[in-house]
Design a protein. Structure first.
Length: 75
């Protein structure tokens, strides 16, 4: 994996954390809503989860009541 790809995952994680915090949502609550384990959510938010797929974009968009394109903005 090159540096640009790592940066994309890092920025995706930052977006997820920001959306969660803007909604005063705990990571545990996000886990309940999405069905994604807390451990993996922490990896996503830290930018160290490298096995994400497009389905994750839709899962987070639904959880945050956003359009999918908003999840990947600025990455």
């Amino acid at each position: 994996m090159n540096e640009r790809e790592k940066e994309v995952f890092k920025n995706f994680g930052i977006n997820i954390r920001n959306f969660r915090e803007e909604r005063n949502m705990t990571i545990e609550h996000l886990s309940q809503i999405t069905g994604i384990r807390v451990y993996y959510l922490k990896k996503i938010e830290s930018g160290t989860a490298f096995r994400l797929s497009t389905k994750h974009i839709f899962i987070f968009a639904k959880a945050f009541k956003l359009e999918p394109y908003e999840i990947v903005r600025n990455i």
